[in-house]
Ligand binder design. Structure first.
Ligand SMILES: [Zn+2]
Ligand SMILES: [Zn+2]
Length: 829
């Protein structure tokens, strides 16, 4: 065994010379090492995949080195060489090593994240029909059934269904056969025993391109029976060519088609399925139809100049909401495409609606590949191959699109660069934005980070000259930013003596807005109906059984739900603690806001956007379409409504409860609040009519609220960055969160204690260790959690300390999966 990426050497072996005896393989397991295997008859390539035995399993891994050094331990042999060319080129391999090193993640898990090709490696069984099976099937079409028991007939029907299915479908995975025919494993075993079908281990790589089967009409000869005639008629009506799937609607047995093929009347061919971006129509003109104003033109020039230099550079594109940033970077991407080079655009999770995809398709045509979380594993692999073959040179996608295998990369754009969805909250815990910067560096490409509310880190980099700064200070067509009014809810409470959800002013403004025939949005960044369920007798709140989290009451379905682990339970009749009947609901969520709005504005057409109403991207799109079309005139929701939508009819934005985030034990609380408020306020007044924002808060004096009110990013930044400097937080220190977790409390405490003593006893120069302390969420998904926060005055120092700590933990037999190392953590909960 060889220890991880440090000996990972790209050209460690002259491959043209002799066949090497061993290869080192990075496997997707939580161990920081590569594994050595003996090479059989065919030499693998560095950067290519091999299938190897691992424990009781077979895993695909990436070859990291070829050599002749006999390992001390016994080695197993490579089962199969899956690629004859590397699937990771030198730049991506290098990028993977950087991620493994920077985020202290096992290299095999990093490679698995970078390659969406798992679907190609099948560990299941595949089935195909044999010659005997084909004969049996044909004989069955001509002979009548003899006398048999009911059960025998049922079994026989199933067997024929399987043969019937396989005769047309070729090699089929076990799961597919079973779900298509209803046959169980016993039926399949029987068929294999009779040699009617063959079973094989499905290993190796298959082409992930989706194909469709096409039936082509050749020459009609001889007599046709009724079913055969049905097929021929359908084909004739379709000019002699039809997808086989469409013929299945005719409800003729599959064997009929096969017979026609045998008689030479039909021919079946396979074709690559056409790539469909989106079936939706675009709304309005595409972004590139706009005529640029001077500031947009200057921004575009600046990006294009950087691209033409073909050297690495990073620019922060800071433009106020509605300033036309998107048009600027799309134009830059189009220029890249015309120059024969490639570009990658990263967008936050929620940014990739089908309509956005349709827009992109319109701008870039078939040259665009769109990668989003709703793709199946097969579709993902298909897109990967399209990009790899150079068929798509513009790639748009969420976080992991940063690994797209484009060549000749000229430009990487990260839209809404401050968005926390760029951070992966599982191993490897990388930030897509920061990886984009590193990929740009390795590829000599231009990187553009765009946002109306840049992260403190990125703006700091622009201030210190590490990044360039491009500012779009005004909205397109000089539209004004909306006027923001802050409503002090403490005063509202004193006046009315009750805890109201909406202030008088908000009610007034909404009603006037709707009367004028305009649209309004109401934000409450918390879903559900009531955020706390409390017993009035003993004061206990009802908590999740897996987490130390208060359960949220959802009125629809009348249940309580944990928003961290998904646990659900019915609302108890009496308090589980003391038996009292006084169960009490406190705090409001978006569901309650919607209900109250219905009561206050019975005429309004209300829609809601949150994770309860949006199950798929299409739900999201449907509600947004209704809002665009004016079928909804009052939209309520969580932060989902704040992101990037451009609805011109919105003239009023109400923010109900703007400030719970300020109470979170997190040094980024003020930054997040400022960003959310600025983004949601930016949804207002994007059309002809100016917008207004009503911001309800219990903390009207907080600087995050005040600077958001004044649309003053710079003012907020100056204040926030001063606190960060005083408190030694990023960007002035390198920060990591080290979390110990286990479902057994004593184990968690033991390991935490061991690590705590190690930190005490070891001089980790330049690193400050806070903790151990219990994590703000003490229990999550059944695990007890303790943590340390490490702050270092240099990246290398932080990295060294963490590496030494992991080595110590390994020596103490603390399992790696129970120790989370989160470098540049965005959440400290
Ligand atoms: Zn109680
Ligand atoms: Zn939970």
């Amino acid at each position: 065994m060889v220890v991880d990426g440090s000996v990972f050497c790209l050209f460690s072996y002259n491959q043209n010379f002799l066949m090497p005896a061993f290869c080192d393989v990075a496997l997707p397991v939580p161990l920081d090492m590569a594994f050595t295997y003996k090479i059989a008859d065919r030499a693998p390539v560095i950067g290519g995949r091999v299938l190897v035995p691992f424990r009781n399993d077979r895993l695909a891994g990436i070859v990291t080195a070829l050599h002749d050094r006999q390992p001390e331990v016994q080695t197993k042999t490579v089962l199969e060489v899956l690629d004859s060319e590397p699937v990771l080129d030198a730049t991506l391999t290098h990028l993977g090593q950087w991620i493994a090193q920077y985020y202290l993640a096992p290299i095999g898990e990093v490679f698995r994240t970078m390659l969406p090709l798992a679907a190609e490696i099948k560990k299941a069984k595949i089935y195909r029909i044999t010659e005997t099976g084909q004969e049996v099937l044909h004989a069955s079409a001509t002979t009548g059934s003899s006398r048999r028991s009911r059960q025998e007939v049922d079994t026989q029907m199933l067997e024929y269904a399987v043969l019937d299915y396989l005769v047309l479908s070729g090699d089929v995975l076990e799961g597919t056969v079973r779900s298509a025919t209803g046959a169980n494993r016993q039926v399949l075993d029987n068929l294999v025993r009779k040699k009617w079908i063959a079973r094989e281990d499905a290993s190796g790589v298959r082409d992930a391109r989706r194909t469709i089967q096409i039936a082509i009409l050749k020459e009609i000869n001889g007599k046709l029976n009724e079913n055969q005639q049905k097929i021929i008629t359908a084909l004739q009506q379709a000019n002699g060519r039809l997808e086989v799937d469409q013929l299945r609607n005719l409800e003729v047995p599959r064997s009929t088609l096969q017979t026609l093929v045998k008689r030479g009347i039909l021919e079946l061919t396979e074709e690559a399925a056409e790539f469909q971006v989106s079936g939706l129509k675009k709304r309005g003109p595409s972004h590139l139809d706009f005529i640029f104003n001077p500031q947009q033109k200057a921004a575009l020039d600046s990006i294009q100049k950087a691209v033409e230099e073909k050297t690495f550079s990073v620019s922060l594109l800071h433009g106020v909401t509605g300033s036309g940033k998107t048009a600027v970077y799309l134009a830059a991407m189009q220029a890249v495409l015309e120059a024969g080079r490639s570009a990658i655009l990263l967008v936050p999770e929620i940014g990739l609606t089908p309509a956005a995809a349709a827009n992109l398709h319109q701008v870039f045509g078939d040259q665009v590949a769109i990668l989003h979380s709703a793709l199946t594993a097969d579709e993902r692999a298909e897109q990967w191959h399209r990009i790899r073959r150079g068929e798509a040179r513009i790639v748009v996608g969420t976080r992991s699109a940063v690994f797209a295998p484009v060549s000749n990369l000229a430009l990487l754009v990260v839209d809404e660069e401050h968005d926390s969805s760029y951070k992966q909250e599982e191993t490897p815990r990388y930030n897509g934005r920061d990886v984009a910067v590193m990929r740009g560096k390795l590829s000599n490409a231009t990187v553009v980070l765009a946002s109306a509310t840049p992260s403190i880190e990125s703006y700091h980099n622009a201030q210190t000259g590490k990044y360039g700064l491009i500012e779009l200070g005004e909205r397109v067509e000089r539209r004004p930013l909306p006027q923001v009014e802050v409503v002090d809810m403490r005063f509202e409470f004193q006046r009315s003596g009750e805890d109201k959800l909406f202030s008088q002013q908000l009610v007034q403004e909404v009603s006037e807005c709707l009367e004028r025939g305009e649209q309004a949005m109401i934000l409450l960044n918390r879903r559900g109906y009531s955020s706390i369920v409390l017993c009035r007798a003993c004061g206990e709140n009802l908590q999740c059984k897996n987490c130390s989290i208060a359960l949220t009451f959802h009125k629809s379905g009348y249940r309580m739900e944990c928003h961290y682990c998904g646990y659900k339970q019915a609302v108890p009749k009496v308090c589980p603690g003391c038996g009292s009947e006084y169960i009490y609901f406190l705090g409001a969520g978006s569901e309650k806001v919607e209900e109250r709005l219905h009561a206050a504005f019975p005429q309004a057409r209300i829609g809601r956007l949150d994770r309860d109403t949006v199950r798929t991207r299409h739900d999201f799109e449907r509600v947004l379409n209704q809002f665009h079309a004016g079928e909804i005139n009052l939209l309520v929701g969580t932060q989902m409504i704040a992101k990037g939508h451009d609805v011109h009819g919105v003239t009023l934005v109400g923010v109900v409860g703007a400030d719970f985030a300020l109470g979170f034990p997190d040094f980024r609380a003020a930054e997040r609040t400022f960003q959310l408020l600025t983004q949601v306020a930016g949804r207002g007044g994007r059309g002809e009519t100016p917008g207004k924002v009503i911001l309800q808060t219990f903390h009207p004096d907080h600087y995050a609220i005040q600077f958001a009110q004044q649309h003053d990013y710079r003012g907020f930044y100056d204040k926030e960055v001063r606190y960060r400097r005083w408190m030694h937080y990023p960007p002035f220190t390198a920060l990591a969160n080290v979390l110990v977790r286990s479902d057994k409390l004593d184990q968690t405490l033991k390991w935490t204690g061991q690590l705590g003593r190690w930190f005490e006893d070891t001089r980790n120069e330049g690193t400050r260790v806070l903790g151990p302390s219990v994590a703000p969420i003490m229990r999550l998904k059944r695990d007890y959690r303790y943590h340390f926060i490490l702050k270092a005055n240099g990246r290398d120092k932080l990295n060294r300390t963490l590496k030494n700590m992991l080595a110590f933990a390994d020596g103490q037999k603390i399992p790696r999966t129970h120790l989370i190392v989160d470098v540049d953590a965005l959440s400290l909960l």
